[in-house]
Design a binder for this molecule. Structure first.
Ligand SMILES: *Cc1c(COP(=O)(O)O)cnc(C)c1O
Length: 389
């Protein structure tokens, strides 16, 4: 038999669950786009997105996904032949490097594998060799969503010292979930998208940039040019054409929930607690040599928004949780043994009830499929939630 009827749960790292309130706010026809309510709402959303990123600088919004944010940042930061240094700790760091290479940037990757965070010391050493200051940007994912690695952004910025390179950060999987303070941490370019911690359906990309990189660069087409959008007056100019009307309504609702109702500090603590509950379950399941555990050993280097998991039999388990319990777990993206890896998302609109449900379903599936696991994982997760609440 199956227990899958009922509300399906998507525990994958994007798209993340969208609050019903956000969906309802989007379920409307377009009003006048030349003036009035929507124009004012768009201005409020822009201001709130800057609050979310912790910046007083500039914001260029785009209709697009995370790949569009990469393309936008690359187009505005680089001319063909420029050099960039990418710090990669997984599939997404390498993906951003590839996207830059494809538009003619000379990309060098410092690769830290699939389970370790970028090492500030190696960054310092590499930049010290660049006496002429040829490297235009240091690029890094705050959270690499494939490996579940979290980079220590303040430490990396400090490791850059007085090298003139721009510090560019992909926060697609961390914004709204992890403490992130663009200006205070010296970030020059920050990217994100709507469908992860921001709790809105896929379709919007955001690029924040500091005064330091705001000077116009030759060769950027008018659509991607971030200055045009950041300096926009008319609504259509913010978005390079027809605005994503319904998404703007959804975004306003989501930002009100995150910034004004819950508050960012509380949201960050919630994600921290959910992550710790997952790790407590993994520790218990992995206790008897089952081979189950978090991909990233050091707790400080683990993402608070998604956990990549080594779990022998993960592919079978993923099938079981969908068919029997209505829960979709994330694929083991970029793992050495993808069939024995999965990812548990705890980003965005996720609470203890949802997460304990996901972990309970995983435990039920492991029992049903005779996948070896230590006892007490769900109890350990519940205890962690109880302790932290
Ligand atoms: C999801 C993600 C991307 C890609 O975003 P898409 O919306 O799928 O294009 C890039 N970087 C990171 C860190 C991500 O989590």
């Amino acid at each position: 038999m199956s227990f899958a009827a009922g509300r399906p749960v998507l525990a994958i790292p994007g798209p993340s669950p969208v609050p019903d309130r956000v969906l309802r706010a989007m379920h409307r026809s377009s009003p006048d786009i030349y003036g009035g309510e929507l124009v004012d709402l768009n201005l409020r959303v822009m201001a709130d997105l800057k609050r979310l990123a912790g910046t007083r600088h500039h914001l260029a919004p785009y209709i697009g996904n995370g790949h569009a944010a990469w393309e936008a940042a690359n187009a505005n930061l680089f001319s063909p032949g420029d050099r960039a240094l990418v710090l990669a700790s997984g599939h997404f760091g390498r993906g951003w490097a590839q996207a830059a290479r494809a538009v003619g940037v000379e990309v060098e990757v410092l690769d830290f594998g699939n389970a370790a965070p970028p090492d500030p010391q190696r960054l310092t050493e590499r930049l010290a060799q660049d006496r002429a200051g040829k490297i235009r940007a240091v690029m890094v994912c705050h959270v690499d969503t494939a490996s579940g690695v979290r980079a220590d952004l303040p430490a990396l910025r400090a490791a850059m010292g007085d090298h003139p390179a721009v510090f560019a950060v992909d926060a697609i999987a961390s914004l709204g979930c992890e403490r992130l303070l663009m200006d205070e941490w010296g970030i020059d370019v920050l990217l994100s998208a709507s469908q992860k911690g921001v709790m809105v359906p896929p379709g919007l990309a955001f690029v924040w940039f500091s005064d330091r990189v705001a000077a116009p660069r030759a060769g950027v087409g008018p659509y991607w040019d971030w200055a045009v959008r950041a300096q926009a007056a008319e609504l259509w100019r913010f978005w390079g054409g027809t605005p994503p009307v319904q998404h703007i309504y959804g975004l306003a609702e989501a930002l009100a929930m995150l910034l004004d109702e819950e508050g960012l500090e509380v949201a960050w603590a919630r994600h921290e607690g959910l992550a710790r509950a997952v790790w407590a379950a993994l520790d218990a399941w992995g206790a008897d040599g089952s081979g189950i555990g978090a991909n990233v050993a050091a707790v400080a280097a683990r993402a608070r928004s998604v956990t990549a998991v080594a779990l022998p039999g993960a592919e079978r388990l993923r099938g079981w949780t969908v068919d029997k319990a209505g829960v979709t777990l994330g694929l083991g993206l970029g793992a050495d043994r993808p069939g024995d890896a999965l990812r548990i998302a705890h980003m965005g609109h996720a609470n203890a009830h949802m997460l304990l449900g996901v972990l309970g379903v995983m435990q039920a599936g492991m029992t049903a499929l005779s996948i070896r696991h230590g006892a007490g994982g769900l109890d350990a997760a519940a205890a962690e939630i109880g302790r932290l609440a």
